[in-house]
Design a binder for this molecule. Sequence first.
Ligand SMILES: [Zn+2]
Length: 124
Amino acid sequence: MGTDKRIASPSPDFRVMIRNAQGHYLARDDHGLFFTNDRAAAMVFDYLADRVAPQLEELQKTRGIALAVEPVPPEEVYEHCDGCEDLLMPWLIYFDGKRFLCAECRRREHGRARPPRPPRAREK
Ligand SMILES: [Zn+2]
């Protein structure tokens, strides 16, 4: 009877798009869901958070619709900071009219340079 202190396993979520048997992507507009061959219009899901797998399974069971997931490459999910070359989630990137910058680079660009951070020993 141990208290099972399970650390929530950090199963990394990833982004997927959903395709049908014809290879078309699931997309959505004001009229609802549809399939398109326009990859740019495809809906992007968080594979785990959006429970993609169980939902696809359900669709297949109840309606016989077989859909496949296609992982979105990280470089398409993340935005690229023009300053430090970091890849960041899109909402962490600012566009200043010319360049895409992360918060840090943006601060630097705007003249309020902070003193460089002292090197910090990494804990293992
Ligand atoms: Zn940056």
